[in-house]
Design a protein. Sequence first.
Length: 373
Amino acid sequence: MRVAIFTETFVPALDGVVTRLRSTIDELLKVGDEMMVIAPSYGEGPAYYHDVPIHRVASVPFPPYPQIKLAPSNPRVGLALKKFKPDLIHAVNPFVLGSGAPFFARRLGVPLVASYHTNVTTYARFYGLGIGEKAGRWWTRTLHNRARINLCTSETTRKYLSEDGIERLHVWPQGVDTMRFHPKKRSEKWRYKLSGGRPDAPVLLYVGRLGREKSIGSLKEVLRALPGARLALVGDGPARGELEEEFAGMPAVFTGTRRGEELTAAYASADALVFPSTTETLGLAMLEALSSGLPVIAARAGASHEVVTDGESGLLYEPGDSASLVAACRRVLSDADLRARLGEGARATADNKDWEAATRALRGYYEMALADG
């Protein structure tokens, strides 16, 4: 099978969508599929991912969020597709670059599959762009309804999108690399780093984009209520400067973006992951934490309850309720037996999810789209 993948973000960028795409491509290569990726330019970004060519499209940064690159399609994309001769086009989070995917699919006479990963229009209100949310939802619905099959990453998101008028929806299952993210990756060096030089203190970990939409500021209440606790924030984003000012003088460490062994060691060296976001379609960081044997403390919102089982692999708290958040963190950090039990449940949960099974399901949807022709 020859698949052309349109994506609004790809390497060298690092986020949950890129992680899913990389893992998916790895699995598709194993079964002999051929791919090309159409993605925004990132200056000196690589021209290949493994043996998969990346057709880079000229892009400009999105002013409120410079890490996001806007890359409108152009005729060169069509020439690259014509040369590649795909059997199918997959548009990942179509919005700017991916908006050309329906046109090219129709022109080449191949089916289009689209997948929804990020609540882009919901994020708009956090950056003073709320006026565009309604238009953004219309645009998203219009693009997705031109696809033969639409995919999303959770039942919660499927229900939301269905109510918003998106059709032909299916769930693309969760996946995580359970060999890479493992409790054995614990590191005393990283424990020392995450704790700000106090390795005996309880350590809460946040991993992900540092953006306003992630509700990270709510964690100040935890540090105020639990003065012995430390908070480590792994990641980067447009709100980093604001957050560093907000947390100034508090026991919080900003490590910046970490990859590879540093990232896996960070997960395995903390006591719990805290995930305050209420806008997630899945939350890959939660899966990576579970695989690392780390209990997850998450807001009971979005798809969190599909990843974390309350009382078995972590604790869910009421979003917007600081007392509920503090109580959940206090329970996990103060009770070693509970923490150990939740950690075992976390790892057991992750053992049931892998990229091979997730990609096998995706390939089944590809075959369904091809058969529908």
